[in-house]
Ligand binder design. Structure first.
Ligand code: NAD
Length: 340
């Protein structure tokens, strides 16, 4: 991990330290200029740029990227971007074991996890494999200065969600709880500044620090109902990833409150308020992020199906996950009601 303003300058040195000589640079179409800048910095160590990363890693994109990496004889991937771009690097690494150097530019946290996802025929499957965990991560807050408030707010709430679920993970431990609490504190104090003053480098740095902690938590322990619901809603209804996390988080937290009083006390304290669920809702409003499923493309007649899908297979969670409770949670989230 290399952290700090300007560490992107170390890109070539860090690729050399991986023992690689030909790096394929990955990005989304929107961040092609960032990828080209990375390629320019790599000079003769750049094998080329592949800038077709999209959300949820469609298998067709993964196959094309794997073929390009093989044709260009790349021996490493440099992923410049958010979870979509790093996810594409993971899809390549899963098959080829090429090392990944990640340069995250959002707060999603994928760079710190061995979790990969691939979407085939509209169904997203996830798994864990050490091969896909990036070998090097360059956290440069200067690269996040271009992240617009409408993406930064939800992305930061997505990171907070990893910390919230880490605090009540049944396979958690005291170190993870410390990282999770510190992650919430860092993001809760920095995100309002990031959206109000997008050029504030200290706030950007603080938010990226929180995202690093959040990604570490996500990669270390099991997530509960919140992540399960977001995965279900994102996959079945094609809703935007970070925004779904933002809307669901206050409600999933309130749902788990009766069964996890100590984590809730910690979350509320880190947010500087009296209630974890309401504090998360208010933070989302403050950073201008969406708070209602109906505003991000969820069809009203899909709530029952979503509740069914999310309660089909049992998984660890503080509160028992049953249909009626999950449907009520989803109805509140659909209407954007501030948790009671
Ligand atoms: P994203 O990577 O899709 O990025 C969203 C948009 O923001 C893109 O258009 C991107 O080009 C743009 N963008 C990113 N950084 C920018 C910057 N600094 N300046 C300007 N524009 C910028 O969004 P995301 O929320 O980071 O990632 C979502 C995806 O990541 C989902 O598919 C999700 O499932 C996955 N994910 C995976 C893990 C994991 O551990 N495997 C963790 C979190 C998220």
């Amino acid at each position: 991990m290399v952290f700090g303003a300007g560490v992107f300058d170390r890109l070539r040195t860090e690729v050399e330290r991986l023992g690689a000589k030909r790096a394929l640079v990955l990005s989304t179409p929107e961040q092609t200029s960032d990828a080209e800048e990375a390629s320019r910095r790599l000079g003769d160590m750049s094998a080329g740029v592949f800038s077709k990363a999209v959300m949820h890693v469609p298998i067709e994109t993964a196959r094309e990227a794997r073929q390009v990496a093989a044709e260009l004889q790349a021996d490493c991937c440099v992923a410049v971007g958010g979870g979509s771009t790093i996810g594409l690097g993971k899809a390549i690494a899963l098959e080829s074991a090429l090392p990944i150097l990640a340069v995250p530019t959002t707060y999603a946290g994928s760079e710190m996890t061995p979790i990969y996802g691939l979407t085939e025929d509209g169904i997203k499957k996830t798994g864990r494999d050490r091969k896909v965990l990036p070998k090097t991560v360059l956290y440069d807050p200067e690269l996040t200065l271009t992240l617009p408030p409408r993406i930064a707010g939800p992305s930061g709430m997505n990171a907070i969600a990893h910390c919230v679920e880490g605090l009540y993970a049944l396979d958690g431990n005291p170190i993870i709880y410390l990282l999770a609490a510190e992650g919430i504190r860092a993001l809760a104090r920095s995100l309002p500044r990031v959206v109000e003053a997008p050029g504030d480098l200290d706030a950007r740095s603080d938010a990226l620090y929180g995202a690093w902690l959040a990604g570490t938590v996500l990669g270390s322990v099991s997530m509960g109902i919140h992540h399960k619901l977001c995965h279900t809603l994102g996959g079945a209804f094609n809703l935007p990833h970070a925004e779904v996390h933002t809307v669901i988080l206050p409600h999933a937290t309130a749902f788990n409150s009766p069964a996890a009083p100590e984590p809730m006390r910690v979350i509320a304290e880190c947010l500087g308020c009296g209630s974890a669920g309401r504090g998360l809702f208010d933070l989302a409003v403050r950073v201008g992020a969406p708070v209602a499923l109906k505003d991000i493309g969820m069809p009203a007649d899909g709530l029952e199906r979503a509740a069914e899908l999310a309660t089909q297979n049992p998984y660890a969670n503080p509160m028992p996950v049953e249909y009626a409770g999950v449907l009520a949670l989803l109805q509140n989230a659909y209407n954007g009601i501030r948790p009671m």
